[in-house]
Design a protein around this ligand. Structure first.
Ligand code: NAG
Ligand code: MN
Length: 394
């Protein structure tokens, strides 16, 4: 078999060089370099372990440089980590998650429990690369992230929906999934979302509250310092970006004192503790979230990888023991498929602390596989809105 291919190749090269005939180059050579062997990555010219990484080996477009590129779901990186309190390194999160996601669609990417294939559906899904982010000026970096995200958010989606009506001005928009970055990035992401949708309900998976007042978390020597990965939700609440029906899940952090929980409620959150899973199980956690968040409104999903126990995701900024397994978090996310997720992020993946087996980046990629699957399953966004158009349209 191999010798036949080599012989054909050699023959073609010789023919081309000697000029005996004009065209056989493409056919014979392409059969060698164009890799279509089953399990080797399907339609692409390189194997699942070779080539340049994009999320799930999705097509890459530098969307910020190409205003006419359209998509239904876009992955976008925000490599920012200068808002961290403990271990830095999440600026390498986007590239690490892409590396950990290579094998997602090795055999096609069909999601068995959800009975959906997010790689082969109605949706155009792209990797838009990273938003340029300075590491020298946090305030400017947050502006870069907001404007970059809003540019990619505010285009018409690739797949026209039957009826518009979800965003503030009646437009239908694509869904964005942002790869962080430390959790500070969620503030500029919510500012961008607010420009399109107004205040949104947030489902926040994390071991930490992240609603701390600046004076509690990091002090406030300056306005720039007051915005960090433990305070961004406090700022988001004060700026009116959150609806007062948001929810955290996976919480198990120590506190400055019980008043942290009062402040958290004021900021608009209810709390599901990580340890509740011991008594109510994954089904109970899903029910707690669904009871809080109705199916009729736009929901933003923010996932800190430290929701997972460090046994499953050690490579993160502020690890906390006593967390959920990757299986449990994936099950809980699949349980939320009835909700209208307009956008999502995954943050605090700091690959430098990972195991050689890339446990954390793999976990982040697989969690996002569930997120993109439920987004695809829900259909185009305007059809997915409950209150105006009704779930029956699905
Ligand atoms: C949000 O709702 C909670 C009770 O559900 C309330 O205690 C809190 O004050 C509210 N926050 C704001 C900003 O209105
Ligand atoms: Mn956290």
């Amino acid at each position: 078999m191999f010798s036949t291919i080599l012989l054909l190749t050699w023959t073609s090269v010789v023919s081309a060089h000697t000029g005996h005939h004009q065209e056989p180059l493409s056919g014979a050579l392409e059969s060698v370099w164009f890799n279509t062997l089953p399990g080797d990555g399907g339609t692409q010219a390189d194997s699942v372990f070779s080539g340049i990484s994009t999320f799930g080996r999705l097509p890459y477009e530098p969307c910020l440089q190409k205003p006419n590129v359209n998509y239904d779901i876009a992955f976008i990186g925000a490599p920012f980590d200068t808002g961290t309190s403990y271990r830095p390194g999440a600026r390498f999160g986007p590239s690490g998650i892409r590396q950990g996601s290579r094998r997602l669609n090795l055999y096609g990417g069909y999601n068995v429990p959800l009975a959906a294939n997010p790689f082969n559906s109605w949706a155009t899904v792209l990797d838009c690369g990273d938003i340029p982010v300075t590491s020298y000026d946090n305030q400017f970096a947050l502006t870069q992230i907001e404007e970059g995200h809003y540019n990619i958010l505010s285009r018409p989606p690739a797949t026209a929906a039957d009826e518009a009506g979800l965003s503030r001005d009646g437009k239908t928009l694509p869904r964005l999934i942002t790869l962080g970055g430390d959790h500070t990035i969620t503030l500029p992401l919510l500012r961008s979302i607010n420009r399109a949708y107004g205040p949104v309900t947030v489902i926040h998976f994390d071991s930490h509250l992240d609603t701390w007042k600046p004076k509690v978390f990091g002090g406030s020597p300056s306005e720039a310092a007051s915005i960090n990965h433990g305070t961004y939700f406090y700022h988001a609440a004060m700026e009116g970006l959150l609806r007062n029906d948001s929810i955290h899940a996976g919480i198990r952090t120590t506190l400055s004192g019980p008043s942290d929980y009062d402040n958290d409620g004021y900021c608009g959150f209810e709390i599901v503790e990580a340890r509740e899973i011991d008594t109510i199980g994954t089904e109970g956690i899903v029910k707690r979230i669904l009871d809080r968040v109705g199916t009729d409104r736009p929901v933003y999903l923010s996932i800190d990888i430290d929701t997972l126990d460090p046994a499953f995701a050690p490579a993160t900024g502020t690890p906390e023991t006593g967390g959920w397994s990757t299986r449990e978090l994936r099950t809980i996310i699949r349980g939320l498929e009835s909700l209208n997720f307009i956008a999502a992020d995954i943050v605090e993946v700091a690959p430098a602390y990972d195991t050689n087996a890339e446990l954390t980046t793999m976990a982040a990629a697989d969690v996002l596989f569930e997120v993109m699957s439920i987004m695809v399953k829900k259909g185009p966004l305007s059809k997915a809105t409950g209150s105006k158009h009704g779930d029956t349209e699905l």
